[in-house]
Design a protein around this ligand. Structure first.
Ligand SMILES: Cc1cc2nc3c(=O)[nH]c(=O)nc-3n(C[C@H](O)[C@H](O)[C@H](O)COP(=O)(O)OP(=O)(O)OC[C@H]3O[C@@H](n4cnc5c(N)ncnc54)[C@H](O)[C@@H]3O)c2cc1C
Length: 504
């Protein structure tokens, strides 16, 4: 084994799963030098996640890559909640993408990898992190591939290395939570006599079975059998036990012709006590794990990536103060905690097959027929109701921390554009409204826009959520940083706010 020399890199991302690849895309589009280390030779063929939720689709729209996903998947306007009979209705959500996109995780990863390569990211496959140490100014990574072990030195490291994250262990970040209390059986099967329906659902005192057609003849199933749910996750699932459980729960015989991926998944839920330790950050499953209820893990991980990377890029390029990085933990740890609590509630509903458990399910299902209740749950699962604490700036405004909906408007050149479209390069956007064609204001804005790489969109009429505002400042991740309804002193206030967040 030979040892090669050290290198100096802005960011090393450990883990080339979906969240690591998203981080790579976000940083590379801001011209940050990134290397991705991935221990696997190839992408995993089977798919864990199958859904991309509305907020994730909005993010892809903001980066100009949504079509790549839309053309490979198909929209579903409803989603199940804990397998209850009443489904969540996404079609009433306030977004251009009021549906969940059915798309296997393997395709999501393929698209993100392609995008990262287009942006010039170096992805080192079969390179495994074996150890990591940080000083005040750098992080040293120890890596092995097939032929050598070597070291890299980076300014920052992102741990996107999944549930058993070595980055998290080396950074001595606690992963707190509770162990699994039951297991579910999951997998992809081909039946000898396929049913006529694309989607089947059984739930009764014997257990639960959800089945969904995911490819030609292939059904994804998720089954909870109370007679078998104490079997630990590392015990392989056999076709014989599957068939026996299916028979018990459905009272039908389903003959399995072929089983592809089969797995036993536990209900362990854990969250990293801190998403940052000095120069090391955790994202995705390295930061939070939970029972895969509601199809949220991948989606929340992608949202971690987008939250972190504009801040990290700005700090590396000396466009923002170091303390901006603290807001990553503040904002995303809170979102992760809500996710874990919400999936715990689903777990409770999913695994209780007693008389009282079934009664609770019926009650919850009835509650979901109330449109406002249904919408509240749909907003939670789809990532649409995340609200961050305001950034540490004075007078951030009443809407600071909220997601900004897409709006139409005119650039200062007069060209019509949409908010999501002009966010493609990850810049800040200033929305102004009700000011008309104010040439003097526009002239004063020009140098500020140049200095802070700010885009400006003049909107004829704000949607109800933004009504009564005259200016709204949008962060590169689509959340509102500052808003005002006061037209006087607009220019100095915008300048002051940007200077508080970013370095001039
Ligand atoms: C059965 C199931 C169904 C699911 N369904 C959904 C769903 O419908 N919707 C949803 O949003 N989520 C779903 N999830 C969750 C989703 O799959 C995960 O949240 C997602 O894969 C997390 O992505 P990640 O990039 O953080 O981690 P991973 O996908 O685990 O990627 C981590 C990567 O790091 C690499 N790595 C690890 N250690 C090292 C090392 N030392 N050196 C180099 N590389 C390393 C690994 O090889 C891996 O490629 C589901 C999960 C399961 C189990």
């Amino acid at each position: 084994m030979k040892t090669s020399t050290k290198a100096q890199i802005d960011v090393v991302i450990v883990g080339g799963g979906p969240v690591g690849l998203m981080c790579a895309c976000e940083l590379a589009q801001s011209n940050i030098h990134v290397i991705v280390l991935e221990r696997r030779k190839e992408r995993v063929r089977h798919s864990r996640a199958l859904t991309l939720h509305p907020r994730t689709l909005e993010i892809f729209a903001m980066r100009g890559i949504l079509d790549r996903f839309i053309t490979r998947g198909y929209p579903l306007s409803t989603a199940h909640y804990a397998g209850l009979e009443t489904r969540l209705d996404f079609s009433r959500l306030d977004t251009p993408f009021a549906y969940t996109l059915f798309l296997p995780q393997s395709i999501t990863e393929e698209i993100l990898e392609q995008r990262a390569l287009e942006l010039g990211v170096e992805i080192r496959r079969q390179h495994q992190l074996t150890n990591l140490q940080q000083t005040d100014s750098q992080v040293h990574l120890f890596i092995e591939n097939e032929t050598e072990s070597y070291e890299l030195t980076a300014n920052y490291v992102i741990g996107a290395d999944g549930a058993r994250s070595l980055v998290r262990t080396c950074a001595e970040i606690d992963f707190t939570g509770s162990p699994s209390t039951f297991t579910a059986m999951l997998g992809d099967i081909i039946l000898t006599e396929p049913p006529a329906e694309r989607f089947l659902q059984f739930y009764n005192a014997h257990g639960s079975l959800l089945m969904m057609l995911i490819a030609d003849g292939v059904y994804r199933f998720a089954m909870i059998d109370p007679l078998r749910y104490h079997i630990p996750p590392d015990v392989p699932v056999t076709i014989e036990e599957l068939q026996a459980s299916i028979k018990r729960i459905t009272n039908q015989t389903m003959s399995i012709q072929h089983a592809g991926w089969l797995s036993r998944v536990g209900s362990t839920h854990r969250q990293a006590a801190s998403y940052r330790h000095k120069r090391i950050f955790l994202v995705g499953d390295a930061a939070h794990i939970h029972f895969p209820a509601g199809g949220q893990g991948l989606n929340v991980g992608l949202q971690d990536a987008v939250n972190l990377c504009w801040k990290l890029a700005a700090v590396i390029q000396e466009k923002a103060p170091l303390h901006l990085l603290d807001t990553y933990h503040v904002e995303r740890h809170q979102a992760g905690a809500v996710l874990l609590k919400e999936t715990l509630a689903q777990v409770h509903l999913l695994k209780d097959f007693t008389e009282s458990g079934l009664a609770l399910r019926e009650l919850m299902s009835t509650l979901l027929t109330i449109p406002d209740v249904n919408r509240r749950f749909a907003e939670q699962i789809s990532g649409m109701n995340v609200v961050y604490p305001p950034l540490p700036i004075l007078s951030a405004g009443s809407l600071a921390g909220h997601r900004c909906p897409n709006v139409d408007g005119s650039l200062l050149t007069g060209q019509r554009e949409q908010l999501f479209t002009i966010m493609q390069h990850g810049h800040w956007v200033l929305l102004i409204c009700g000011i008309g064609k104010n040439e003097s204001l526009f002239a004063q804005l020009q140098p500020i826009m140049k200095r802070f790489q700010l885009e400006c969109l003049s909107v004829d009429q704000f949607p109800p959520f933004l009504q009564s505002q005259v200016a709204v400042l949008i962060r590169p991740d689509g959340f509102i940083a500052w808003n005002t309804s006061d037209e006087s002193s607009l220019i100095p206030n915008i300048e002051k706010t940007l200077t508080d967040i970013m370095l001039p």
